[in-house]
Design a protein around this ligand. Sequence first.
Ligand code: AMP
Ligand code: MG
Length: 625
Amino acid sequence: MTSIRFAILTVSDTCAIGEKIDESGPGLKALVSSAGDVSCTAIVQDDETLIMEHLIKWSDENKADVILTTGGTGFSGRDVTPEATKKVIHKEAPGLSLAMLMSSLKITPMAILSRAVCGIRHKTLIINLPGSRKAAIECLTAILPAIPHAVDLILDNKANVKDTHNIVQSHKFGLCLGHNITTCSPRTNPIIFENVATRLRESPFPMISVADALSIISFESTKNVNVEIVNVKDAYGRILSEEGIRSNCDLPPFRASIKDGYAVLANDGKGRRTVLCGVKAGTASALMSLKPDTCVRVNTGAPIPDEATAVVQVEDTKLVLKSFDGAEEEEIEIMVEPKEGQDIRSVGCDIKKGSSVLNPLTRIGPVEIGVLAACGYKYVAVTLLPHIGILSTGDELQEPGEPLKPGQVYDSNRISLISLLKENGYNSLDFGIVTDNKMDMITKIGTALEKVDVLVTTGSVSMGDRDLLKPILENYFKAAIHFGRVNMKPGKPTTFATCTFLGKKKYILCLPGNPVSALVTAHLFLLPLVNKLHFNNSEPIIMQAKLTSSYNLDPRPEYARAILKWNNKETLPLAYSTGNQISSKLLNCNDANALLMLPGRTAEKQVLNEGDVVTARLISLKSLH
Ligand code: AMP
Ligand code: MG
């Protein structure tokens, strides 16, 4: 299918003079970005001539296949977009206006006041949309699937037109418009939703293994390193750029004393020394030069005189003579034979100037921050953090703190996932709750994808008739669904998709709604995904553990929540079950610090017994200290 060229004309007095920011134009741009490119945009006042000029220019100069106008369709005196449109179109397309009206009436009875006009000028389809961002997106959503076919008809793309007709006819539903439209754009495997009787009763997605799902995530999230410069103070948890780090200076930059004592000539041996002066850490080296039978008092870290060949610690000396006022040492005796080079750090003995001190893509922890500071770095180049958004889906969800209405439950997934990400060094944007309503979901997903690289949703990926996410991603965001079913318990419906949105690759990870499933799959898939995008090579900690109770194996490999405990008698940690493993029961994850990776049931192996050893994946440091 060829990409459609869209033009967007925002008609608004206030936006045109800069009094208000245009939100509708960018909103529409985001929505159509999966269907094509936006070739022109403009903002004009509610002025019939100006509107006409743009419509005529963009269509006559063949700058766009579809022109979307937003604004100026109401009843106020200044609203003239439909009038301007009527004057320039050669043919009307009232079906499009009607479809938008029907769809809007389901949202508000006030939609009867819409005056939107749609029509064709030369080879360009012109569509009037309301001015508000929400209404404009809702109206366009209602007709968007029909637009590729309309453009094919206008441009006389015979092959595409034939394909669409074949698809539509073979599925025995006409070119439907309005709220029920899902599959009118040409696609090979149309998915119908919002019709419970015709919903699929078996998932069309093949069941793949967790290992394969992880390989797909890793493959899809492979990209080039992009970096930013941050202050070293803010670099904790970040990943160094591919350059790595070389030291800006020698450490120590001068010959330094390791002890509080006296810098001496080692070959003077034991015996008395005249104390020439004292040198503290942080001061320049002594001005007086060391001669036989003299010494210079030095503190730990102080520069020692050039001639000195050893430092004798104060514990190995005796005071022989003090100054007249009793404040200064004049002579000391060295009790232990000094060795050549003793207690002297040579220049650059810890770090040589220009030497490589941190490897490329190292995760910056407390030690690495210290190394950066010691090498003189105030700023450092680190990989970009992925922008992550979290969205809960479900009609039944309520914000904690609000009263629960019948049938509602509190949304716990969002805050749980946000916290899990925070624990792993990632901030995320909270996109709230979206109801199981197609238009709301499309709008919300579009808004989120404008802002983030990774969108994480929970809910709406099972087999219920309200599980709309997969078809929405495929149909409206032209997303490639890389997997939609994983052979695991919990977490079977976990879905991973990518799409191009506003010219950028976006990653969409749809986790199941059940709170335990959401958390388990976030550990297994979300953290590897965001780590990969961040170039963070941390691997999960996997170990063996001994069961303290028996498990009936499930046909699917199971990730059972458990508490691992260590004691002095056993070489392996003991795994204590957290109780009932039903995936809705978050409380049973409470103290869990590990997921036991129980194998799928086979004819030979149906049960694991107390004392059996299983593989476990650490998910928290709880109970480890
Ligand atoms: P779904 O995956 O949408 O079919 O939801 C499966 C179950 O998880 C249902 O019982 C939902 O009520 C519950 N659920 C879905 N999302 C959330 C959430 N954000 N917080 C708590 N429970 C949820
Ligand atoms: Mg749901």
